[in-house]
Design a protein. Structure first.
Length: 134
């Protein structure tokens, strides 16, 4: 009798743990909980271009969307240089570089690109950073 109760308790706990992972998703995918950065904002995952060495200057930059944002501040900088080569405000979770902007990215250099989600009052509510080398 005691062994059956122990086994039943173990199964119940396992079901609660598994159920907690899937709670509220409406699917079989685990619920994605946003990560928080040091500043308390959401950590934005950068998705394109991939990190690492690239054969050519990227044309498209993408990142995960942040709910509740008004816009994003997008920047591309050469590593070690404080002034951005590209800086603009965008509404969507992607942007395209112009041919002129792409030509400013030279082979043999490392680049950092940053994205910052901002609220209507301009406050930062999340940020992310990507890296690539040409």
């Amino acid at each position: 009798y005691r062994a059956a109760l122990t086994w039943l308790a173990i199964v119940a706990v396992a079901l609660l743990v598994v159920g907690g992972l899937y709670y509220g998703t409406g699917s079989n995918e685990p619920r994605k909980v946003p990560l928080k950065g040091k500043d308390g904002g959401v950590v934005i995952e950068t998705t394109e271009p991939a990190r690492g060495k690239l054969a050519a200057a990227p044309a498209t930059f993408r990142w995960e969307s942040v709910s509740g944002r008004n816009d994003y501040l997008f920047r591309v900088m050469a590593r070690g240089e404080p002034k951005p080569l590209v800086e603009r405000t965008v509404k969507d979770n992607f942007t395209e570089l112009s041919p002129e902007e792409r030509s400013s990215l030279t082979t043999g250099r490392e680049y950092i690109w940053e994205i910052r989600a901002r609220s209507k009052d301009g406050a930062s509510i999340g940020s992310g950073r990507g890296f690539f080398e040409l």
